[in-house]
Unconditional design. Structure first.
Length: 219
């Protein structure tokens, strides 16, 4: 499997969160790393040399960008007036590559619209083959388009959020409150605040898209 890590912009996480993210990355085999604009700062703070910086570059420090290019990073600069976020541009670049998986690493801090945009972006149907996920500090978001295993500790919270319309035929295994072929409409809380009861849990959907949110847990 070819995995690409995409670093998203946002305020820097606190030192403790940064160190926990660094340990998670140490356990993740990946082939390539991409920074979406100011996500370069996060990558560098984590000690990761990215291969590409993409975006309108309105949030990246010039000295940091120079450091990245001296280290061999390519730069794909886009106009400020564009129809996609820097993160979306980065994920589309990953989609056009031979990657099988995309892991977005970002900050849990910052503007609410940016955080919600991350959730909806990873859930885009066109990105389904990348099995996108996002690490926002200690929280994990997983896009579920078919069947997906949730590697979370027993007792971990899991909330299943339907996006892009109804999620049809939702079935879970390994969660305290089971779902058996149910339809979750947008706005419902039926899939919220569940808990893992075994070493692994699994969720599947026959149609539509879910985002599984694991607060403060590793997936």
């Amino acid at each position: 499997m070819h995995t690409t890590v995409v670093f998203a912009g946002g305020p820097p996480p606190d030192p403790g969160t940064l160190e926990r993210t660094r340990r998670r990355l140490d356990d993740l085999p990946y082939d390539r790393s991409v920074a979406a604009d100011g996500g370069l700062h996060l990558a560098q703070d984590l000690g990761v040399a990215v291969g590409l910086v993409i975006g309108d570059l309105d949030s990246v420090d010039a000295d940091r960008l120079d450091e990245a290019t001296r280290g061999g990073a390519d730069v794909d600069r886009h106009p400020t007036d564009k129809d996609a976020t820097d993160l979306e541009l980065a994920l589309d670049t990953v989609l056009a590559s031979d990657a099988d998986r995309a892991v977005v690493v970002g900050s849990p801090e910052g503007r609410m619209d940016h955080l919600l945009s991350t959730l909806t972006t990873i859930a885009a149907p066109r990105l389904a083959r990348l099995e996108p996920e996002a690490w926002l500090g200690d929280d994990t978001l997983l896009a579920v388009h078919g069947t997906r295993e949730l590697h979370a500790s027993p007792g971990a919270l899991v909330s299943l959020l339907p996006v892009n319309g109804p999620a049809v035929g939702v079935t879970t295994d390994g969660l305290r409150g089971p779902l058996r072929g149910e339809t979750l409409e947008p706005g419902t809380t039926r899939g919220g605040s569940n808990r893992v009861v075994g070493d692994t849990a699994c969720v599947s959907v026959d149609g539509g898209t879910l985002v599984a949110v694991i607060p403060g847990g590793a997936a």
